[in-house]
Design a protein around this ligand. Structure first.
Ligand code: LLP
Length: 428
């Protein structure tokens, strides 16, 4: 737990705001973000690179909320986007187009055209067909497309297999064997401006040695192509720095920065980063209430009002988030319980054997480390309203995404014209 989320007078607070008050006003489940923590994280990420030419592009996919993006943009961040939707979001949140990096393996024609028209900083290209497509669209609209090639260094990230991207056989990046062809196309295809290389081997890396290995290979590739006369404006080193979840530890960020400084000491261009989790992960919690305290024959279950549709990380990546009571426990004793949601799937399980002293039916708990890939991946499975988001700043708080009711969601749907609505049908 950080000092941002701390007990005051026995109640868990986000900065100066009581989570009980938020639960009362907004209801549960709800995400709560701390703007002070976002700012602190940005500072922690940027300061160790002082003196180097660096740019930081917040990975919008990790938390798409406009208030979160805006907070980081105000700190000086650019944005890393993966779709036309995120381009719209980034521009709306106030990102300067020339601070936007467009990543992703499947950019469509429309998305490429929109990015070029907006004047983004660069498109990170992941395949030869994509390179050809970008050149064709750039020629059509009479623009030069700034491109960086994402190389696949074939290095293991030793993170969860579903978020590992740096090995051959994954869909990501241009394999070594195809790099010669891509590099000659960069020179011969019209309307391309080569800016450099980019690499991203996965997300939530806890062992910085894996970065050292990937960056080392990457730096060798860069030297090789510089030797062949290619000018590199910059290198984009991706995201991927992990944070400690429940029971985990993570070496200080300065160790990562030291590796970057060391590996790229001979490179005189710009170094860019695309952090998501490291900026927002511990700046958010999911505030939820226990619906039932169910003592089964062999296990105790705390059934909470948040489900896998609100926070899918445990079900999808076997993640274990810390869970703590909102009322500060008076003793450390508690009967262990599995924390589960209401969704009709066995995978709707936040984790087994949590100790939550003093927590029973009707009590509030906070699921920590829920700022990254949490609300952003939420959905409406099981006919559930989309979960709201609240931002706190000092003693103030505001709803920054409202709870989207089921009736609003049904309004997105329509019956085909040959079907009478249930309200007007004779048999209703
Ligand atoms: N750059 C690229 C090209 C990426 O694909 C990603 C994340 C990032 C940057 C940001 O990575 P970060 O600094 O956040 O690790 N939903 C998963 C994580 C998926 C990561 C996708 N790409 C999770 O909840 O763990």
């Amino acid at each position: 737990m950080s000092d941002t989320f701390s007990y005051r007078n026995g109640i868990l607070h986000a900065e100066d705001v009581s989570l009980e008050a938020i639960a009362k006003g907004v209801g549960t489940p709800t995400y709560v973000y701390s703007s002070a923590k976002l700012k602190q994280n940005y500072k922690e990420f940027s300061e160790p690179f002082k003196g180097l030419k660096t740019t930081i592009h917040y990975a919008n996919k990790s938390n798409a909320n406009q208030a979160v993006a805006r907070t980081l943009i105000e700190c000086g961040a650019g944005v890393d986007i993966t779709s036309g939707g995120e381009l719209e979001r980034a521009l709306d949140a106030g990102a300067a187009p020339d601070k936007i990096i467009f990543s992703g393996v499947g950019k469509t024609k429309d998305e490429i055209a929109a990015a070029l028209k907006a004047g983004v900083r660069q498109l990170n290209v992941e395949s030869i067909p994509e390179l050809k497509q970008i050149s064709a669209i750039a020629s059509e609209i009479g623009k030069k497309a700034p491109v960086a090639l994402r190389v696949n260094p074939n290095v293991a990230a030793h993170t969860h297999r579903k978020i590992s991207t740096g090995e051959m056989g994954t869909k990501f990046g241009i394999d070594h064997a195809q790099l010669d062809e891509a590099m000659s196309l960069v020179k011969t295809l019209p309307n391309l401006e080569f800016r450099g290389f980019t690499v991203h081997i996965g997300s939530h890396l806890h062992n910085y040695d894996n970065f050292r290995e990937a960056y080392g290979k990457f730096a060798e590739m860069v030297k090789h192509w510089q030797g062949k006369g290619y000018a590199f404006h910059g290198l984009d080193l991706g995201g991927g720095v992990g944070i400690p979840y429940d029971g985990q530890t993570q070496a200080p960020f300065s160790d990562y920065a030291a590796i970057v400084r060391d590996v790229f000491k001979d490179f005189s261009g710009e170094l860019s980063f695309e952090p998501g989790r490291r900026l927002v992960g511990d700046a958010g919690i999911l505030l939820t209430r226990v619906v039932y305290d169910k003592q089964g024959a062999s296990k105790r279950f705390l059934i909470i009002d948040a489900g896998m549709n609100d926070l899918v990380r445990p079900a999808m990546y076997d993640a274990r988030h810390s869970i703590i009571p909102v009322r500060e426990p008076k003793s450390g004793d508690a009967k262990l319980a599995d924390v589960v949601g209401p969704v009709c799937e066995t995978s709707d399980l936040f984790g087994v054997d949590y100790s939550l002293p003093g927590v029973g039916q009707g009590d509030l708990v906070a699921i920590l480390q829920a700022g990254a890939y949490s609300a952003a991946m939420s959905g409406n499975y099981n006919g559930r309203p989309l979960v709201p988001e609240v931002m706190v700043s000092g003693g103030q708080h505001a709803v920054v995404r409202k709870r989207v009711s089921v009736s609003e969601q049904m309004g997105w749907e329509s019956l085909p014209p040959w079907m009478a609505s249930a309200k007007t049908a004779k048999n209703a």
